[in-house]
Design a protein around this ligand. Structure first.
Ligand code: COA
Length: 565
């Protein structure tokens, strides 16, 4: 079928639905449609067999939904209505949730039901849930709905109780630090983690707080800042404390939107002298937060990391490189990089770069720090290295994964192995790793077309070596089990020896440094040219300027523009 996707932004779910429908042989153009006229124009131009809206804030007009089957993905179970479904579910601690594919109708979310799927809500942030459990359920429901449309079936009218819930506004998200428990504060922060954040006053300013993790040991006067760790700040609640990883300054109407930044960086200049408290070794039942963790199980080491939005600043890269070097001193034969749920990496930290006094210099520092990390991974020749991608990865984040001997993806992962949308040539040794994995022709196609690739398609083209078919919450355990099997394989020792010999042969022929030099000379030119599209594209991305209507298959599309509500 020719299935047109219409969306408010080219977000993760839209990309995944597109990639997986294409895997099933459908033709799937995408149009960004910020408003009703754009919806009408896009549908009229494509004249598709079916319209699917994975994420749409605009209203589909009657003349469109009477002429075409229009399927709307609603992030809530049947009967749930309103624009903040997932926010309410997380904030209220719902254990089970659902996603429904509805026929577009006169009234929002009230159309007939084409398909629905239920899922369990783990204790994590809204955006992680959206990209993982919800995306798994949504894709399953979309496939079912498409099959039903193709079979000429009819949707089922909504019966039973239905209730439109109002939008979740800042007054619903308010934290009263003197009264609210850690559980309540964490739920409130997680329900707003990506957008819109929780508006709050702190150190004489107004901010949006993004994301939250419980802390069971540190204590202080409620509301007080207690410590920093890896760029996050720890703040006391009524009965404990929470770690807040990211903060965004509230700007006045008409002013450019501030970038969401690592909390300590956003508060720099105002932050009192606080202890930098390193993450203690994990103790069962005692909660704290750390963005980098290492654990070992027999011959397997797992170095997991989780950076908000998958963005890796110069500081993130350097800390991860230090942790990598330490992990390499351990007597393991398989070292797993990643292996946690959600984003693997989305490359250099565009927000930190955008907020820097000299973005060109920070871009340069960041890409060099990424390259140092990738170089260390490629150069690890005394053990097998596996990159385990539990969620999505893009740009330099995909290339980081390719530095390993094997790349394993969870079945729901979406990979974007290209830099074109940010106007960059790219680095992270991609000119060495990508053609080696997929062949020269496919490398050119992937980087030119800049399309999202599903885990199954990645396996098919050799970009990934294994698809781990499991729920998001089971990925870490499953990867550890598979890594143990790899370590105990009789051929493991021979593989390590062959890998070392191959590395030395290649270094003698074309040293890795020459790939880096060539890539960085292109990157430097872009960074140092104020007219290069990269600077405007980065600004639009980091400051979330409104997306333009049209196809996202060009550079720079895909930024979202939520209001400071
Ligand atoms: N730097 C800073 N922030 C980043 C980032 C990066 N490299 N990549 C993602 N993020 C942020 C997003 O701004 C978003 O923030 P929000 O929660 O405040 O909305 C969050 O991470 C999640 O990203 P989002 O774009 O909503 O996720 P998605 O799954 O819909 O799309 C990508 C994923 C990777 C396609 C998209 O984020 C992207 O294009 N990122 C930039 C990749 C890149 O060009 N990197 C630099 C070159 S190495």
């Amino acid at each position: 079928m020719r299935i047109l996707l219409i969306a408010s932004s080219y977000n993760s779910l839209t990309q995944r639905v597109r990639a997986e429908l294409r895997d099933r042989g459908h033709t799937v153009p995408v149009e960004i449609t910020p408003d009703t006229p754009a919806v009408r124009e896009a549908v009229g131009r494509h004249r598709p067999d079916l319209v699917v809206a994975p994420l749409l804030r605009a209203v589909v007009p009657k003349d469109v939904w009477t002429a075409y089957h229009c399927l709307i993905v609603h992030p809530g179970p049947v009967g749930d209505r309103g624009p903040s479904s997932l926010d309410w579910a997380v904030q209220e601690g719902a254990g089970e949730w659902g996603v429904t594919v509805l026929q577009a109708d006169e009234e929002m979310d009230a159309g007939d039901v084409w398909a629905t799927a239920a899922f369990h809500l783990p204790e994590t942030g809204k955006s992680d849930l959206y990209r993982n459990e919800l995306a798994d359920a949504a894709v399953a429901a979309v496939h079912l709905a498409v099959e039903r449309v193709a079979a000429g079936e009819a949707p089922v009218p909504q019966t039973g109780p239905a209730g439109t819930r109002p939008p979740c506004r800042q007054e619903n998200r308010r934290i009263v630090w003197e009264e609210d428990t850690t559980e309540r504060v964490v739920r409130t922060l997680r329900a707003a983690d990506s957008q819109p954040g929780v508006r709050d006053r702190l150190l004489g300013g107004e901010w949006f707080l993004h994301g939250g993790h419980p802390e069971d040991v540190l204590r202080g006067r409620p509301g007080e800042l207690l410590a920093t760790r890896a760029g996050a700040v720890c703040r006391a609640t009524a009965d404990g404390a929470v770690w807040i990883p990211e903060i965004r300054a509230r700007t006045a109407p008409g002013e450019a939107r501030a970038c969401k930044l690592p909390a300590a960086l956003a508060l720099a200049g105002r932050l009192p002298l606080l202890p930098e408290v390193p993450a203690p070794p994990p103790v069962p039942g005692v909660r704290t937060w750390s963005d980098i963790r290492y654990r070992e199980q027999g011959p397997v080491g797992v170095l997991s990391f989780t950076f908000p939005g998958g963005a890796m600043s110069t500081a993130h890269c350097r800390r991860l490189l230090d942790a990598w070097r330490t992990a390499c001193t351990r007597p393991t034969s398989v070292l797993v990089l990643g292996g946690q749920r959600d984003f693997f990496s989305n490359g250099i930290h565009l927000n930190v770069i955008e907020a820097a006094a000299d973005p060109a210099a920070e871009s340069w520092a960041n890409i060099n720090a990424m390259n140092d990390l990738v170089e260390a991974v490629v150069g690890t020749t005394d053990r097998l290295v596996v990159s385990a991608i539990g969620g999505n990865a893009a740009a330099g984040g995909v290339m980081l994964a390719l530095a390993a001997d094997e790349v394993w993806c969870r079945s729901g992962s979406v990979l974007n192995p290209h830099y074109r949308r940010m106007g960059l040539y790219g680095s992270e040794y991609w000119t060495y790793t990508l053609p080696r994995k997929v062949g020269a022709d496919m490398a050119v196609r992937l980087t030119d077309e800049a399309r999202p690739v599903s885990a199954a398609a990645a396996l098919g083209m050799g970009l990934a070596d294994r698809v781990v078919d499991c729920a998001p919450g089971a990925f870490t355990a499953e990867v550890t089990r598979l890594a143990a099997r790899l370590a105990s394989h009789p051929a493991a020792r021979t593989r390590i020896a062959a890998k070392k010999a191959e590395y030395e042969r290649r270094e003698a022929r074309t040293p890795l440094a020459s790939y880096r030099e060539q890539e960085l000379s292109r990157m430097r030119r872009t960074f140092c040219d104020p007219e290069a599209p990269y600077h405007a594209l980065r600004r639009a991305f980091a400051r979330k300027e409104a997306p333009r209507a049209g196809s996202p298959d060009g550079p720079g599309a895909g930024a979202t523009a939520p209001a400071d509500c």
